[in-house]
Design a protein around this ligand. Structure first.
Ligand code: PLP
Length: 332
């Protein structure tokens, strides 16, 4: 992975050239996902809204772009030694999918109460699944330990330049479909998606304001971005993809340098946004996949009449989650 030499403040970050390389690589594995705009949603929000449908990926989430980019960058010896990752389920599916593609043994650690849709997918992709730990942060510690003991390659869900370069290609495809976005709302857990969107926007759409959105019930990344110091905070969100109690170093470096705005929304607002996605955009989004819409709804007056992009980062909602979505109040 080439690292930036032009910016001394981002020495470990991927460059936009890395993003272009990732896109060339990914073209052999994944078709571009659709970018659509929906009149009923536009009316409900009062803006022209472009949804980037990462829920249409083969594993139902944007993370697969990063997993494939990272596995492609490993040596044959590293692949043969296997990969280990911790996740609430989408980084898990991404690494499992890529490991299968590149013939690497794969072990995944997910929380004991993991979303059954994501757990079933990880198993079906041929990975060994360990359900241990109450929340994602426990899984991260366990997975790193297993990797150290087995000498497998630990694939962190945030501090990996190749993951960030890979997921940055989602924003690139969106800007090709909708080059003149006033703003792009991106969900944040570890921050790879938002960091990647910032790298891409800086290169191809510098007028577009990238806005990170995290759950107020797990605000570690927000706090680290605000304060400039690593943060460990309570992780109480029910929104799986946004569930982390710790900030991640590399995404933070990039977001601190390039992300102009970061919002917190409540889990209940995310549930309402999921319902609006279903009702007005024919889209089943998991919570994290609707967080960007929740962020836009929180800023709807500011963006009235403007053109806005939303990363719908995933659609892997469990049946229990979908029942909660249908019971949520519909934002109008
Ligand atoms: C669907 C979905 N959206 C958003 C995120 C947050 O991405 P990141 O951790 O790169 O900030 C995740 C993380 O797993 C996710 O699964």
């Amino acid at each position: 992975m080439t690292t930036s030499t032009s910016s001394s403040s981002l020495p470990d970050a991927p460059t936009f050239t890395d993003v272009l390389e990732a896109r060339r690589l990914l073209a052999a594995h994944l078709p571009p996902t659709p970018s659509w705009t929906y009149p009923v949603l536009n009316e409900a929000v009062g803006a022209t809204v472009w949804i980037k449908h990462e829920n249409a990926q083969p594993v139902g989430a944007f993370k697969v772009r990063g997993g494939l980019t990272l596995l492609a960058s490993l040596s044959p010896q590293e692949r043969a030694g296997g990969v280990v990752a911790a996740s609430t389920g989408n980084h898990a599916q991404s690494v499992a999918y890529a490991a299968r593609q590149f013939g690497a043994p794969c072990m995944i650690v997910m929380p004991e109460n993991a979303n059954p849709v994501k757990a079933a997918s990880v198993r079906a992709l041929g990975a060994e699944l360990v359900l241990r730990g109450a929340v994602f942060d426990d899984c991260r510690t366990i997975a790193a330990q297993i990797a150290a003991e087995t000498k497998a390659r630990y694939v962190d869900s945030g501090d990996e330049p190749a993951l960030i370069a890979g997921v940055a290609t989602a924003a690139l495809e969106l800007f090709e479909a909708a080059p003149r976005l006033d703003a792009l709302f991106v969900p944040v857990g570890a921050g790879t998606g938002a960091a990647g969107a910032c790298l891409t926007a800086t290169a191809v759409a510098p007028e577009c304001r990238v806005i990170g959105v995290q759950s107020a019930q797990a605000p570690a990344a927000y706090e680290a971005w605000r304060s400039g110091a690593p943060a460990t905070l309570p992780n109480k969100t029910v929104i799986e993809g946004l569930s982390t109690g710790q900030s991640f170093k590399l995404p933070q470096q990039i977001m601190r340098a390039l992300l102009p705005e970061f919002l917190l929304v409540d889990d209940a607002e995310i549930r309402s946004a999921q319902r609006l996605m279903l009702a007005a955009a024919h889209t089943t989004a998991e919570g994290a996949g609707a967080a960007a819409l929740a962020g836009l709804l929180a800023r709807r007056e500011e963006y009235a009449g403007k053109t806005v992009g939303l990363i719908c980062s995933g659609g892997n909602a469990s049946e229990t989650e979908l029942a909660a979505v249908l019971a949520a109040p519909l934002t109008s």
